[in-house]
Design a protein around this ligand. Sequence first.
Ligand code: GLA
Length: 383
Amino acid sequence: MLRTSPLRQAAALFQAAYGTPPVAAASAPGRVNLIGEHTDYTGGPVLPLALERRTAIVCGPGDGWTFLSASDDRPDRRYVDERMAGRWSDYLVGVVRELAERGAAPSGAQVAVSTSVPIGAGLSSSAALTVAAARALSAFAGRRLSPAVLADVAYRAEYHHVGVRCGRMDQTIAAHARAGTALLFDTATGDLRLVPFPGRLWIVETGVSHKLTGGELNARRRECEAALARCRERWPGLASLAALPAADLSAAERLLPLPLARRVRHVVTETARTRSAAQALAAGELEALGRLLVAGHRSLRDDYESSCPEADRIVETAVAQGALGARLTGAGWGGAVLVLAPKERESRIVAEVVRDFEATFGRVPAAWATRAASGVRREALGH
Ligand code: GLA
């Protein structure tokens, strides 16, 4: 039997809770970052693609703001000028505030949300939510915002209102993705380039949930800012950590105390790997791409120290079983691993990874495949 789509589920939830059908809807994808980890807030490139799994949001007229998700027992009534509450609906309050700044928010709405993006798995469920919300609510207010504006609204909601010191990768891919392509996003220039990604990727979830708000991501970001300040004493014109020439990396490592030296080594080497990975993908050189993914994982593990034993085990098993490459994706400290495998052997490799994980950690990890999917879209409601 086909699983109900998030859109149908959100519409059914809306009808059941509010007793009337919704009038506007949109959906946006989660993402998997092929490579370019922790380089979006350090001035480097990233290479994400959109998942086939999406978040749908539907809305209709309301007096004030009421938000409901499939996992709540009752609608959450919020005031957009109140303090953040530490709940998922904070993300939507942030979106409403940002839309209002642009004159693109309705005066109130009833909202329902449903998703097939795993939450807290490093697959960007938050950007799927905020980008879909920006599209649905602005459409309900009679406005059509460009993908760039939707991404900005969603980024500002998360960064300024919820307080996650994220970069712009997740919102950018959720807003700009095209099916069958990865997106090379140069965060220093804002340049976007589509790179064909015709195949499939496997996602293996570690089942270790990361908690971003106020967590390790914010701490790493502070370390990177401290490292940049020290580097600028030596290289006053340095625009960002990612802009440090590879030839100056050893000098920077001597200049910086630990662990800052290792953080900088990750950012500089990851920047080079990401550019090479985009070239390899464009040239169809999947073996070269795979090697870069594995090197990227080891850099996260050893230099950025953002991996976890479960992710390390999945990567090493996948590679030992003949995967082209594998890597922890997303912020880290848990989350999911992507596996790039030769088509004819992918099912066997992933089955072996799952078997080994169960033998090691005593539970079966979720594992599923995705193609590169499309970005945010307005959805039709068939009543
Ligand atoms: C999180 C952030 C992104 C990015 C990644 C790490 O997903 O939201 O902006 O910084 O971590 O690459």
